[in-house]
Design a protein around this ligand. Structure first.
Ligand code: SF4
Length: 323
């Protein structure tokens, strides 16, 4: 049976190194690179994918989840819903006003992240991280299942490292999922430094976002972003904060409570949503420990300077790392 190696590329360093390894071991003919576009990406990620395609001589297939049917079903549901739910012991139902507001915004936008949240009437959270499954895992699995249906065995290469997080500390190098699907994690015991060094040895530059204060490359912002990352995003990429603010208005209007915030604040009212919206969170991210006092250093972040948490400290540091 023919074997195809599928590498999920995120625009970050780990998946770039994994793609390099796959090409080196099996050649471009047996390697397919895919990118699951969440629609909540920084423009630099798209540019970096273009760069990788040129540098590695391989096409990266862009995949996008689609929620048109789910949104159409939700429109129908809201239009005829008479049922009640409960919140804090009180009955909660779609009022006519909430229905009108929701139906006015519940239209597919073509942006997977926003459409997913419009459909769900909320943003994902750490406890309900449906974004990963719906926007990344499902499109990738669907793509790989298609290959299996075409008669291939599929090895899904994942750029996962054990020292990334507690969740990943037991990640296996190889798994036989069954049905012709295998998972391979070739850099599972590498450090971040190993990854950067490996890419550098092969002449692959890191995503410039690492030199702009981002510890990881993914959604801009990610719902799991740390306080310091949010502070950097607020200082360097205000246009993304403004976009998230717009999304909060739309997703809030599509929800039964008429309020939703990107960083979760469960059960809030529209009035409270203002205190928990993305602008308030960015403001909080500029405070020192305890959250009350503004950290004067935070005001000194220079949006052109480098603050990479991987030690690529300025525009020359990458050369230093690779020297
Ligand atoms: S990067 Fe963050 S926000 Fe984006 S899909 Fe993953 S967990 Fe969700």
């Amino acid at each position: 049976m023919r074997v195809m190696h599928v590498i999920s590329v995120s625009g970050g360093k780990d998946s770039a190194a994994t793609l390099l390894l796959a090409i080196a071991r099996f050649g471009r003919e047996y390697v397919i690179a895919i990118f699951c576009d969440t629609g909540n990406e920084h423009q630099v990620v798209y540019e970096y994918l273009d760069y990788l395609e040129l540098a590695l001589g391989i096409k990266i297939t862009r995949l996008k989840a689609n929620f048109d049917n789910e949104i159409a079903n939700k429109r129908r549901f809201i239009a005829r819903d008479q049922r009640t739910g409960r919140r804090h012991g009180r009955k909660l139902r779609w009022t006519n006003k909430a229905k009108r507001r929701a139906l006015a915004v519940l239209q597919p936008t073509g942006n997977p992240f926003l459409d997913l949240c419009l459909w769900k009437g909320r943003f994902p959270s750490r406890k309900a991280q449906f974004c990963t499954e719906q926007l990344k895992r499902n499109p990738a699995v669907e793509f790989q299942m298609d290959l299996i249906d075409q008669g291939y065995k599929v090895v899904s290469w994942q750029g996962v490292r054990r020292d990334e997080s507690l969740n990943r500390r037991r990640a296996k190098r190889f798994e036989d999922v069954g049905g012709g699907l295998y998972i391979y994690r070739p850099i599972v015991d590498w450090s971040a430094r190993d990854v950067f060094d490996y890419c550098a040895r092969h002449g692959i530059k890191p995503n410039p976002l690492y030199m702009q204060g981002m510890g990881r490359v993914g959604c801009m912002p990610c719902i799991n972003a740390r306080k310091n990352e949010l502070r950097e995003i607020g200082a360097r990429f205000p246009e993304h904060v403004a976009r998230i603010h717009e999304w909060e208005q739309l997703v809030g209007a599509a929800s039964k409570r008429q309020a939703s915030t990107f960083i979760p604040a469960p059960g809030i009212t529209p009035v409270q949503a203002k205190e928990h919206g993305i602008y308030s969170i960015i403001e909080w991210s500029r405070t020192s420990r305890g959250g009350r006092q503004y950290d004067m250093l935070a005001d000194l972040i220079d949006s052109d300077s480098c603050a990479s948490s991987y030690g690529l400290c300025d525009s020359t540091s990458w050369e230093e790392v690779t020297a």
